[in-house]
Design a protein around this ligand. Sequence first.
Ligand code: APR
Ligand code: PHB
Length: 388
Amino acid sequence: MRTQVCIIGGGPAGLLLGQLLHRRGIETILIERKSRDYVLSRIRAGVLERGFVGLMEEAGVAGRLHREGYPHDGVMIGAGAEMFRIDFAKLTGHRVTVYGQTEVTRDLYEAREAAGLPTLHEVDEVALQGLEGASPTVTFLHEGERKTIRCDYVAGCDGFHGPSRQAIPEEKRREVEKVYPFGWLGILSETPPVHEELIYSSSKEGFALCSMRNETLSRYYVQVPMSDRVEDWSDARFWAALRARIPAGAADALVTGPSIEKSIAPLRSFVCETMRWGRLFLCGDAAHIVPPTGAKGLNTAASDVYYLYEALAAACTGDEAALDAYAEKALARVWKTQRFSWWMTQLLHHFPEQTAYDRRVQAAELTFLAESEAAQKALAEQYVGLPY
Ligand code: APR
Ligand code: PHB
């Protein structure tokens, strides 16, 4: 098979890139390890920055997002018994849109299928060759047959565990990582959200987050030690922990119910600064991971996609200057979202090694955020999304 851009990975990054390239008349073949149903079964955050919404509009797939997404003009911060609001609309003139990543992925799959773009699912043994040459190849098993795609460029959109980053010689990869000493225990429940906006809450028992998917589907998280297992947490224990970590007004309004999904996710910050190797370009989780505190995973994948699709569109007309600048431009924004995600995590979580002094400083930072419009504007600008 022959194409202009081979996209490895059918998650949000690969699908959005493929749709935007299609709109510029650039051919792609997308290969995905899992079935479409499996990809669509993943439970992932869905707080979309303004830039992400703009890209979905540019890709021509924002119809349902605008019909069913929930515009949020602000977010609540719980600090012990207190709670205050960060007013995105007043401070930045922008908002975020709550729309599950599953729905984003579904819309993109449906658009790709409607355009008849080649998409191969359940591929295996994906390997990349000739990345430093003019015509790289991607080989893989599909439907029991070994197949080869010859292309001009490879987009590595295969997530943290995919083969693309590993295709870069180890000695050439510049990787940095921070592992946090706790995880997030998350549940999905068919209950009305406790508040119309998200509540990020820091209490002496630890961090909690109240989020939602729609008016009858809530998403909640509590910080747990990494040694905890899901089976250690009954629904009753979860609800009690959540109630104890959110301000009383919210705790009193909380509607509990059986969990329909329950899982623990570790928290890590990771960046592979080598986002280009020859004609391979890493995009999204293939290149970087953030703790979910700032809701930046999906959104940083989108900013990579923005830079990469513009560069590939130019390169396919013979101008490779933007491709040469891709890694530097993408990384500049990656590090801003890395810092914001780290800062929100530091601000809101209990760290085992914290001293009494550390906890006083953390409380003072929350008080400053509650009282300072400048501090709230800084948070708001980053939460709604810095410009691309
Ligand atoms: N071959 C083909 N596809 C692969 C391979 C492989 N060897 N390995 C992984 N994949 C696929 C995965 O099955 C997944 O569907 O690549 C896709 C990567 O998607 P994501 O992990 O969602 O990463 P990305 O598209 O960058 O989106 C980033 O989505 O998953 C969240 O937390 C993530 O919010 C972040 C956002
Ligand atoms: C979610 O709704 O799952 C969610 C929202 C905001 C976050 C993380 C997760 O920061």
